[in-house]
Write a protein that binds this ligand. Sequence first.
Ligand SMILES: [Zn+2]
Ligand SMILES: [Zn+2]
Length: 328
Amino acid sequence: MRASVLDAPGRPLRTAVLPDPVPGPDDALLRVRACGICRTDLHLRDGELEPGHLPLVLGHQIVGEVVQADAAGTHAVGARVGVPWLGWTDGTCRYCRSGRENLCEQARFTGRDRDGGFAELTVADARFCLPLPPQDAYPDLQVAPLLCGGLIGYRALRMTGDAERLGLFGFGSAAHMICQVAVHEGRRVFAFTRAGDAAGQAFARELGAAWAGASDTAPPEPLDAAIVFAPAGALVPAALKLLAPGGTVVCAGIHMSDIPSFPYEDLWRERSIRSVANLTREDGTRFLALAPRVPVRTTVTTYPLAQAEQALSDLRAGAFEGAAVLVP
Ligand SMILES: [Zn+2]
Ligand SMILES: [Zn+2]
């Protein structure tokens, strides 16, 4: 099969022909129909996150068609399934037993510990493959971005409780979906982009944001919560400063630059800062059921498999609106 391979962090992805992957008893063999590109792929490519093995096939927003079912027949041959970041857990640790499999210490992640979807074929533990909404509502390209930015963004949104005035910092793949969900839930969205990104701010307003501006400007009123999607630690105290008492800053990325110090007064009055890590299968099923009801529309830029490196460069440069999807 053809695949895009990371040989070492910091090196460009290389298109290669690899042996077809061999499924284990719990795995389904999947033909990749599309694979979304996530900032986590970029962090692995750039050496900001450690790869589980090398060479590595990245990609954890996989829309796949089952060509060989697992031994238990969890998904039938021909079924369309989604493979998210959470690829396997032990099911026995204190986190798994308390509904927090996202924190499993033995967890294996797609496109980091297991080879992912920047390839023509992949194998995935069938118990962690998510059923997808119908194809006519969500074609392959449109459903792929839901599988990471969408559902980890949704987990982050849940961590904001019933916050009515919601700030989104970094208006990329995750934020453009979560903005729509938040507006659907009756919240008001305040979108923060890089200074001078007029196109990004217009995009946010199109998707229902009540206000959009640069991350160094203040919105017209205080926020009840903020989600920081951008990997810039300086945004955390900046967001905290904009919160009303009792508000929360949720950090939704897997990697972030260091957070500068800030006066305790900014945290005082029950403001809080927290992170969101990974996802549970329950987050996945709940979000994929909700998305068609909103409905969440995804704005997508496609790249052929051989241009995976270009897609990551464009993501780094903020060169497209919404999400990028690789098509093998
Ligand atoms: Zn991701
Ligand atoms: Zn566990």
